[in-house]
Design a protein around this ligand. Structure first.
Ligand SMILES: Nc1ncnc2c1ncn2[C@@H]1O[C@H](COP(=O)(O)OP(=O)(O)O)[C@@H](O)[C@H]1O
Ligand SMILES: [Mg+2]
Length: 353
């Protein structure tokens, strides 16, 4: 069931247009009549309204996100139902999903990818500090918008988020196969480091336009996340720098204990890469150390030394393919402006130094 334009939910939210569809919900732009502002209404798909578990997930999602106030997290305002219409009301984001950007423009410029990833990491840090693990970090759940002339990334869809208090556990939902962590793939308990792994995969996808692992069945994906090293992104895009490869590699260590411990550490490294790049004209790959063709799986490896991880990077080729998902690119103009400005800023900062 799709709600018609003009339909008013709970005498307050007037439907304007459909703006997105995910696994469990249809997402609308709506007007909050009471406060006279644009909002987003996420409505549980009708096939799930008989399912108490999904209804519970909806309130979990709202509660998880509502407690988090951060620029890089979509604000949640309200949750409720009007008969069979179960909805979450949130901040309306005028922009695109990261998936749309990747489909249109990948491989993304290294600095743009670092900028977006560092913002996601900052949003995640806030969630983690509040005891919330997102568990479904992927480009479809990252919204991009322009604010103050800058491209801003916002994490959304806390639909399978888990509070560390355990109250809202939904252990059976494991995230999306391209992005789920080895521990999710094994069906084990996860903590905030699962989000760091998924963000590493997202960063890989931004700089290559491909996901590192492809498969036919969830089991194929699971085995690859558990066993296979992340391929060298440079086999797809030779412009990816060593620093970025190191970050991907550290984020995507098979064992959670070998990853960044905190999302903010990953954000710091990403910002360092950006600062370094602004300061240096010559960031040619020729100066980077050669990539070893050996790979030491970190599954039983206690050594957290980054230098070692760097040496162990695998140089195998990528068998992934680009996503063909067709996306309805909305509201093109403001987005393009923000991107143009990003490129201009990068150039300006580079020239100033
Ligand atoms: N606050 C928002 N503002 C604008 N678009 C949104 C917003 N939230 C979600 N969307 C769009 O709706 C899609 C599905 O939303 P999501 O919350 O991820 O639903 P699901 O839980 O079904 O995956 C997103 O990929 C995005 O395109
Ligand atoms: Mg989603």
């Amino acid at each position: 069931m799709i709600l018609e334009k003009g339909y008013v939910v709970n005498e307050r939210y007037r439907i304007e247009e459909t703006i997105g569809k995910g696994g469990m919900a249809v997402v609308y732009k709506a007007s909050d009549i009471k406060l006279d502002r644009a909002v987003t209404l996420k409505v549980l798909k009708s096939e799930y309204i008989e399912n108490e578990d999904f209804i519970k997930r909806f309130s979990t999602e709202a509660r998880a996100a509502a407690g988090l106030a951060h620029t890089n997290i979509v604000n949640v305002y309200d949750v409720g139902n009007d008969g069979d219409i179960y909805y979450i009301v949130m901040e309306y984001i005028d922009g695109y999903t990261l998936k749309e950007l990747i489909c249109e423009q990948a491989p993304l410029d290294n600095m743009l990818a670092c900028d977006i990833a560092s913002q996601i990491a900052e949003g995640l840090e806030t969630a983690h500090l509040n005891g919330i693990t997102h568990r479904d970090i992927k480009p479809e759940n990252i919204l991009l918008t322009e604010s103050g002339g800058r491209l801003v990334a916002k994490v959304t869809d806390f639909g399978i988020a888990k509070a560390s208090t355990g109250e809202s556990s939904q252990g059976d939902y494991m995230g999306s196969v391209h992005y789920f962590s080895p521990e999710q793939a094994k069906g084990e308990d996860v903590d905030s480091r699962t989000d760091i792994y998924s963000l590493g995969i997202v960063l890989y996808e931004m700089v290559t336009g491909e996901c590192p692992f492809e498969g036919k069945t969830p089991l194929d994906f699971a085995m690859k996340h558990i066993k296979e090293p992340i391929p060298d992104p440079r086999s797809v895009n030779p412009k990816v720098t060593r620093d970025i490869i190191d970050i991907i590699r550290l984020a995507c260590a098979k064992e959670p204990r070998n990853r960044y411990e905190h999302a903010i550490d990953m954000a710091d490294d990403l910002r360092d890469v950006m600062d370094k790049s602004f300061r240096s004209e010559d960031r040619s790959d020729k100066k980077l150390p050669p990539v070893s063709d050996g790979y030491a799986d970190d599954i039983d490896d206690d050594d957290e030394d980054r230098e070692l991880q760097r040496k162990c990077y695998n140089n195998s080729s990528n068998n992934g393919h680009s996503h063909n998902t067709s996306h309805n690119l909305r509201r093109k103009a403001p987005f393009k402006d923000a991107l143009r400005r990003h490129h201009k800023d990068t150039q300006l900062r580079g020239n100033e130094l």
